[in-house]
Ligand binder design. Structure first.
Ligand code: HEM
Length: 141
C-alpha cells in the first residue's frame, strides 16, 4: 500500500470483546450530544434530523448494539443515508475523532478499541461509496 504510512490509523484489527448494552447507550447518547455541539458537524446533522433526533438515537443504539453483540437489531441502509449532504474527508475525520474521544471517555479500553476499529472500517466503506477519501475508487462512468 503506497500511501499507508501517510494515514493516521488506529491499529487494526481490534478483537471482539464483550460490550455491555449500558456502554453502547451511553456512548451513543454522549457522542451525539457532542456532535450537536460541534461547530462543523452540528449543523449538518441538524439540517437532516431536526424534529426526529429521538428516532435517530434509538436507531443508532440498535446499530452499535448489533456491531457490539451481533444482536441483529439494526437493519437499514447506511450507505444511502449519507448521500446528498456534501460530506468530505475532513467531515469524516472530525466524526471519527469525536467518536474515538467519546468511546475512550465512556467505555472500558478494550471495548473502546473494538468500537473505534469498527467505526474506522465503516467510515472507510461509507467514503468509498461516496467517492471520497484515500480509498476513493475511480470507477468508470
Ligand atoms: C461526517 C460523517 C457523518 C455524518 C455527517 C453523518 C450524518 C448522518 C445523518 C444526518 C444521518 C441520518 C440520516 C436520515 O435519517 O435522514 C445518519 C444516519 C446514519 N449514520 Fe451517519 N454520518 C456520518 C458518519 C457515519 C459513520 C462513520 C457511521 C458508522 C460508523 C455512521 C452510521 C450511520 C447509520 C447506521 C445511520 C442510520 C442509517 C439508516 O437510516 O438506517 N455515520 N448519519
Amino acid at each position: 500500500m503506497a500511501n499507508a504510512s501517510a494515514r493516521t490509523r488506529v491499529p487494526l484489527v481490534a478483537p471482539r470483546v464483550p460490550i455491555h448494552d449500558g456502554d453502547v447507550a451511553r456512548l451513543v447518547h454522549t457522542f451525539y450530544a457532542r456532535i450537536r455541539d460541534d461547530a462543523e458537524l452540528g449543523p449538518i446533522f441538524e439540517a437532516r434530523l431536526a424534529g426526529r433526533w429521538d428516532a435517530h438515537l434509538a436507531k443508532m443504539v440498535d446499530f452499535w448494539s448489533a456491531i457490539a453483540g451481533e444482536t441483529g437489531r439494526y437493519s437499514g441502509r447506511p450507505q444511502r443515508a449519507h448521500g446528498g449532504m456534501g460530506l468530505d474527508e475532513a467531515a469524516f475525520a472530525r466524526w471519527l475523532a469525536l467518536f474515538e474521544a467519546t468511546a475512550r471517555d465512556v467505555c472500558p479500553p478494550d471495548a473502546a478499541a473494538f468500537l473505534v476499529d469498527r467505526a474506522h472500517r465503516i467510515a472507510d466503506s461509507l467514503m468509498i461509496g461516496l467517492g471520497i477519501g484515500p480509498q476513493a475508487l475511480d470507477l468508470p462512468a
